[in-house]
Write a protein that binds this ligand. Structure first.
Ligand SMILES: Nc1ncnc2c1ncn2[C@@H]1O[C@H](COP(=O)(O)OP(=O)(O)OP(=O)(O)O)[C@@H](O)[C@H]1O
Ligand SMILES: [Mg+2]
Length: 255
C-alpha cells in the first residue's frame, strides 16, 4: 500500500524557484490500478521520481505498507518505467530487457532465460537479437515495460507509457495492457495525458493542476473487472471521460 501525504517539492531558488508540487496526497491500495492525469508540467514525473526514491520530498511523507522508508530504501520497492524508454541502442532487445536483472546481480544466462520466456506475452518473439531502432514505437514500449516487469516488483510506476505513440498504436497497447494486467495483477500508478486511457485502465483517477502541482479532483471508476478497453465504451465510462476532458482542458487554459 502506497500513501503520499501532503507532499511538496520545489526546484531552484529565488527568481528561478518552481513549486513543482504543493500538498499532494494520494493512495494506492494493494492490487489497485490508479491513474494520474494532468497537463504538461504539472509535476507528474516529479511525483513518480519522489515515490520511486530518486529524489527527496521537501515536505510531507511517502509511506509504503505503513512505514516511511527513506528515499534510497524506496529505490527497490517499485518497478519504474520512465517517460523516456532508456533502451540502449548498442544492446539487443534481449540484452536491454534483461539489463535490470543483471544490474541486480542475477547471472546473465539466468536473466536472459527469464526474459526470453516472457517474449511471447509481450509480443516480441523474433526480435530478441534486433536492436531497439529496428522496433516499432509500440514494440519499444513493450520492451521497456518488460524490462520493468522482469524486476518482479509488485508495484509499478508507469510514466506516460504510450504518450509518444500514434492514436491507433496507443489504442492497441492500452488493450494489451488491460489484458496483461488481468493476468499479472499487482498495483500500479499510471501517469497519462489521456482521459480515455485513465478510465479504461484504472480503479481511480487523480486529476492534477499545474503551478503549483496539486490534486484538484478524485474520481472512482466503477467499471467491472477483469477489464478490457471496451469497458470504456459504456455510457457511464463516457460520462467520466467527458468530465476528465473538461477538467484537464480547464487546467490547460489556466496553465
Ligand atoms: N530537475 C529539475 N530542475 C528544475 N525544475 C524541474 C526539474 N524537474 C522538473 N522541473 C519543473 O517542475 C515542474 C514539473 O515538471 P514535471 O516533469 O514533473 O512535469 P510533468 O507533469 O511530468 O510534465 P509532462 O507531462 O510534460 O511530462 C515543471 O515546471 C518543470 O520545469
Ligand atoms: Mg512527465
Amino acid at each position: 500500500m502506497l500513501e503520499v501525504e501532503s507532499v511538496g517539492k520545489r526546484y531552484g531558488s529565488g527568481d528561478r524557484e518552481v513549486v513543482a508540487l504543493a500538498d499532494v496526497s494520494l493512495s494506492v491500495a494493494e492490487g489497485e490500478f490508479v491513474a494520474l492525469v494532468g497537463p504538461s508540467g504539472c509535476g507528474k514525473t516529479t511525483l513518480l521520481n519522489l515515490i520511486a526514491g530518486l529524489d527527496d520530498v521537501d515536505s510531507g511523507q511517502i509511506r509504503v505498507d505503513g512505514e516511511s522508508p527513506a528515499a534510497e530504501q524506496r529505490l527497490t520497492r517499485f518497478g519504474y518505467m520512465p517517460q523516456e524508454d532508456m533502451l540502449f541502442p548498442w544492446r539487443t532487445v534481449l540484452e536491454n530487457v534483461s539489463l535490470g536483472l543483471e544490474v541486480q546481480g542475477v547471472d546473465k544466462r539466468e536473466a536472459r532465460g527469464r526474459a526470453v520466456e516472457l517474449f511471447p506475452q509481450f509480443g516480441l518473439v523474433g526480435f530478441e537479437h534486433r536492436r531497439p531502432h529496428e522496433l516499432s514505437g509500440g514494440m519499444r514500449q513493450r520492451a521497456s515495460f518488460l524490462r520493468t516487469y522482469l524486476l518482479g516488483r509488485p508495484f509499478l510506476l508507469l510514466d506516460e507509457p504510450f504518450g509518444a505513440l500514434d492514436a491507433i498504436t496507443r489504442g492497441q497497447l492500452q488493450a494489451w495492457l488491460a489484458e496483461t494486467w488481468n493476468r499479472i495483477g499487482g498495483s500500479a500508478l499510471l501517469v497519462t495525458h489521456d482521459p480515455h486511457e485513465a478510465v479504461a485502465l484504472s480503479d481511480r483517477v487523480y486529476v492534477m493542476s499545474p503551478r503549483p502541482g496539486r490534486i484538484t479532483n478524485v474520481l472512482e471508476v466503477d467499471l467491472p473487472r477483469p477489464r478490457t478497453t471496451r469497458a470504456a465504451e459504456t455510457q457511464a465510462a463516457h460520462r467520466l471521460i467527458d468530465f476528465l476532458r473538461h477538467e484537464t482542458e480547464v487546467d490547460e487554459v489556466r496553465a
